[in-house]
Design a protein around this ligand. Structure first.
Ligand SMILES: Cc1cc2nc3c(=O)[nH]c(=O)nc-3n(C[C@H](O)[C@H](O)[C@H](O)COP(=O)(O)OP(=O)(O)OC[C@H]3O[C@@H](n4cnc5c(N)ncnc54)[C@H](O)[C@@H]3O)c2cc1C
Length: 453
C-alpha cells in the first residue's frame, strides 16, 4: 500500500477545491498541500455551470462575498489578458408589474453597504442617461444598478423583449466568465507553486495522529488537516469523519442551442423574467398534459426567474437558458438522469420574455445541448465555509447555483480558516457560527427571496 502524507488534503478538484488549494499555496507557500479527486479536475458540477456572475443578492453579506470574488476574478482577468473571458453586460431583471416596492426594498437591502448613489432611476422625466454598452468589456461597464420604468426606453434598448414589460432593473456588476479557464488558471498556479495532485476516490477517513485517508483501492494518505470540497458529495465526506452537514441536493438543468434565426440580440444582458407564468401550451397540449397525473403540474402556475442569454461572444450564435424550479431534494449520483421534457419546458417559458424564441418551439435542432447537475445548498442558500465539528477539518461547500462566481472568495476564505489568518467581516456569517446567531437567522428567515436562480 502506498503511503504519503501532507499538511493539508483538499478533497475535490471542482472549481471550489481548486480555488482553496490555490489560495492555500498563495497565502502560505511553504505549506504541503495535496488535492485529490476521483475524476478529472472540473469534471463534475463545475462542468455544468452556466458561468454567470452577479453581485445582486437579497442580503449584504452575500453581496460582499460575491463582490470580493468578482474583485479577485477582475485581478486575474487583468493579469492574464483576460484568459478567463470575463464579460460584463449585466443582469436584466424584468417584470410586467409597475408595483415594484418589494423589488426596490430587496435592492436597497442587498446593496445596503453602498446603496447611496448606486441605484439610478430612469423614468419619463429623469434626465439621467441610461447606458447600454455595445461592448462586453468588463472595464467599460458602469457599477451600481439602473432601474428603468420608461417603457419607450425599454423597448428601444431591448427590442427583443415582450412589449408588456414595464420595469427593468439592470444590475451592472454582473456578466459571464469561463469557469473552465478560471479553474485551469488556478490549477496551473497551484502546480507551479509545488502543490500536489492525486487521482483516486476517498473512501475512508480515520482520525489517528492527524488523519489517515484511504484513496482508491491501494493508497493511504496521512494529513494533518482535511478540507471537504466534494461538491454534491460533501455529506458523504462529512459522514466519513463522523459528522453531518445541513445541506440538500436538487437537480437543475440548462438548455443551449444555436440561435440560427438570430432572435436574441448578441448584446442582450443575462435576462431574467421575474414574473410567474402559465406556460403557453396549445389547447391540445393542455388536454394531454392535464390528463397525465405526473405532468399536470406543467399546466399550473410556474415560478418566475426563467433566464436566457447569448453565449459564445458577440460573433457567436449560441444561446443558453435555464429555470431552477426544481426544489425536490435528491441523493446525488455522478450521472444524474435529466428530464426529457425540460428543453421544451424551458424554451416555452423563455419565449414569454423573448417571443422570437417561439420559432424554435417543437423544432429544436439535434445539436441543442441539454445538460445539468446539482445545486448543493443549505436551507437559507448561503454557503458553508469554515471549521467542521471535528477539529482540523474544514468544509467549503453548499455553493448552490453560485459556486463558479464565488469560487475565488470561497477558496480564499477557506484558506484563511485553515491557516488561522485574518478573516473578512462575512466569515462568521458564512460558517457554522451563523446557526448560533439568532438575530442573523431571524433576518435570513424573514427574507422573501433566497437568491436562487
Ligand atoms: C445547471 C447548473 C448551472 C449553474 N450555473 C452557475 C452559474 O451560472 N454561475 C455560478 O456561479 N454557478 C453556477 N452553478 C453552480 C456551480 O457550478 C457550482 O456551485 C460549483 O461548480 C460547485 O463546485 P464544487 O467544486 O463545489 O463542486 P464539483 O464541481 O462537483 O466538484 C466536487 C469534486 O469532488 C470530487 N469528489 C466528490 N467526492 C469525492 C470522493 N469521495 N473522493 C474523491 N473526489 C471526490 C468530485 O469528483 C468533484 O470533482 C451552476 C450549477 C448547475 C448544476
Amino acid at each position: 500500500m502506498n503511503d504519503q502524507s501532507c499538511d493539508v488534503l483538499v478533497i475535490g478538484a471542482g472549481i471550489v477545491g481548486i480555488s482553496t488549494a490555490h489560495y492555500l499555496k498563495k497565502m502560505s507557500p511553504g505549506l504541503d498541500v495535496t488535492l485529490v479527486d476521483s475524476g478529472p479536475p472540473m469534471g463534475l458540477t463545475s462542468a455544468q455551470s452556466g458561468e454567470n456572475y452577479r453581485n445582486w443578492w437579497p442580503h449584504p453579506i452575500m453581496t460582499a462575498f460575491t463582490n470580493r470574488s468578482i474583485e479577485l476574478m477582475e485581478e486575474i482577468a487583468n493579469e492574464t489578458g483576460n484568459v478567463i473571458n470575463l464579460t460584463r453586460r449585466g443582469y436584466s431583471l424584468v417584470t410586467r408589474s409597475d408595483n415594484t416596492d418589494d423589488l426596490m426594498e430587496e435592492l436597497a437591502r442587498g446593496y445596503a453597504d453602498a446603496v447611496e448613489g448606486s441605484i439610478r432611476f430612469h423614468d419619463r422625466t429623469s434626465k439621467e442617461l441610461y447606458f447600454l454598452s455595445e461592448s462586453a468589456d468588463w472595464r467599460l461597464a458602469p457599477s451600481g444598478v439602473d432601474v428603468i420604468t420608461d417603457v419607450d426606453l425599454i423597448r428601444n434598448k431591448f427590442p427583443s423583449y415582450d412589449h408588456t414589460v414595464c420595469t427593468l432593473v439592470h444590475i451592472r456588476r454582473a456578466g459571464s466568465l469561463s469557469g473552465q479557464q478560471l479553474g485551469q488558471y488556478m490549477l496551473e498556479r497551484f502546480r507551479e507553486s509545488g502543490g500536489k495532485r492525486i487521482i483516486g476516490e476517498v473512501s475512508e477517513i480515520t482520525a489517528s495522529n492527524g488523519f489517515r485517508v484511504r484513496v482508491g483501492p491501494h493508497s493511504e494518505l496521512g494529513a494533518e488537516r482535511v478540507v471537504n470540497a466534494a461538491g454534491p458529495f460533501v455529506n458523504e465526506i462529512a459522514q466519513m469523519l463522523g459528522t453531518q452537514l445541513p445541506i440538500k441536493n436538487t437537480l437543475q438543468q440548462k438548455l443551449a442551442f444555436e440561435d440560427k434565426w438570430g432572435v436574441i440580440p448578441r448584446n442582450m444582458p443575462f435576462s431574467i423574467d421575474l414574473d410567474s407564468q402559465l406556460i403557453d401550451w396549445s389547447d391540445e397540449e393542455l388536454e394531454l398534459l392535464g390528463s397525465a397525473p405526473e405532468l399536470k403540474w406543467l399546466t399550473e402556475k410556474m415560478p418566475g426567474a426563467i433566464h436566457c442569454r447569448p453565449d459564445g461572444g458577440d460573433q457567436g450564435r449560441w444561446i443558453k437558458m435555464g429555470w431552477a424550479f426544481n426544489d425536490t431534494p435528491t441523493d446525488a449520483i455522478r450521472e444524474p438522469m435529466l428530464t426529457p421534457t425540460f428543453p421544451e419546458i424551458v424554451l416555452r417559458g423563455a419565449s414569454r420574455l423573448n417571443p422570437g424564441l417561439k420559432k424554435y418551439q417543437g423544432r429544436l435542432f439535434r445539436s441543442a445541448r441539454h445538460y445539468g447537475g446539482y445545486y448543493t445548498l443549505t436551507k437559507e442558500n448561503w454557503p458553508l465555509v469554515g471549521e467542521m465539528e471535528i477539529e482540523n477539518t474544514f468544509v467549503v461547500g453548499a455553493l448552490s447555483g453560485f459556486g463558479t462566481m464565488s469560487a475565488c472568495a470561497a477558496g480564499e476564505l477557506c484558506a484563511s480558516w485553515v491557516l488561522g489568518g485574518e478573516k473578512p467581516h462575512y466569515a462568521s456569517a458564512l460558517s457554522f457560527d451563523r446557526y448560533n446567531n439568532q438575530e442573523l437567522m431571524a433576518e435570513m428567515n424573514a427574507l422573501s427571496s433566497k437568491g436562487i436562480l
